[in-house]
Ligand binder design. Sequence first.
Ligand code: FES
Length: 374
Amino acid sequence: MKLIPLAWVRCLTPALRPLRVAVDGGWLRGSDLDACLGVVHPLLNVQRVMAQVLERRWVADDMLALTLHANGHWRGARPGQHLQLYLEVDGVRLSRSYSLTACNADGRLEIAVQRKDGGRVSALLVELLAVGDTVEIGAVAGALHWPSQSPGVLLLAAGSGITALLGVLREALAQGFSAPVTLLHYVRTPGQRAFGELLEQLQQRYTNVQVHAVFTDPACKAADGTAHGRFAAAHLDQLGVTAVDQVLACGPAGFVERVSAWAQIAGLGEALQVEAFTPPRLPTVQDARQAVSLRFARSRQQATGDNQRSLLEQAEAHGLRPAFGCRQGICASCTCLLLGGAVRDLRSGAVLREPGQPIRLCVSAPVGDVEIDL
Ligand code: FES
C-alpha cells in the first residue's frame, strides 16, 4: 500500500532523523517504527536503504536490467562501483553484489542480473521480482574509475563483467571523453552479448569508440572473422588495437588473471585496473591437514571440521545457512564474531585470535578448535 508518492518519501527522509536518534539510543525499536512507516509507503523507514523496481528490461538472453529508485537514505555511488542487494529466502538473509550500469543524482539507478543455473538470488530477481516490488540495498564498494587524462583506453570484459565497464564508459562519454576507446566483450554466444544494442548505439554516436564482441564458443564464428576464443594478446593485433595507455578489465577470476599476466608482459601492469566477480583462488593453507572442533554458539551445534577450508564452507557443510554475498571477503555479509580459538585469514595468512573480534567466514579457516557466534 502507498499512501504517499515516492517523491514525498525522499523529501520526508531528513524529518526522520530524530527517530533515528531514538533508535540508536535504544529508546525506540527500529523494527516497530519501520512497521508503522511501511504502512505509509513500503520505502519509508528509519534508516535502511530501500528501492522500488521501476523497470525490467532484458538486455541479453540471460541478463535482465533492473531500474531501481532508492529512498532518501541512499547516499549515491559512482558508475563502476557495485552494491549489495539483500533478499530474504526461507528465513535466510542473502545478498549478492551487482555493478551499477547507471546511476543518477535523483536516486534512480540501474543494475543487471545474470540468470545462473541454481542461483538462488538471481532466480528470484529474474523470475519473481516485479515492477513496484521493493528490495534492500546495502554497502556500495569498488574503486574502478575512468582514467580521464588517458590518450587511449582499452576495456576488456568477459560475460557479465560488461556491467561494471558499461557504467564507467557511459559516464566518461557523457562527460566528453574524446580519446580512443576500444571495448572487447568476451561472451560464449551472440545471445549472451549483454547491452549489445546499446553498445552499438554508443559506437555510432561517438566516433572515438570501437566495440568488438569476441565469442568463446567454438561453434560461433566472429562477425568480422578475426578474434575468437578466450582472451589472448593476439586478439589486439587482429582487431587493430593500438595506442593503449590504460586498461580496465572485469570478468571471472580466470579471465582477470589472464589479462593481468598479459599486462605485466606488455609493460601495462601499472596502467591496469581489474575487477573479478568470482572469488579468486585463495592460497592453500600450508599447515598439515588437521581435524578441529567447530562450535557454532547461537545454533548450539558442535561439529568436526578441518584447518584447510573456510568457516563458511564448513558451516554450510554442516547444514547451517550463514548469510553471505561475495564469498571473497569484500562485502562483509558473512561477518560473525569469533568467540574462542583462532582463525587464519586465507588472503593474508594473518592469524586472528582476539575473542569478540569480527571475522569474515568466507575467508577465515580455523587454526585449531574454534567457537563462533553463529
Ligand atoms: S560473503 Fe562477502 S565477505 Fe564473506
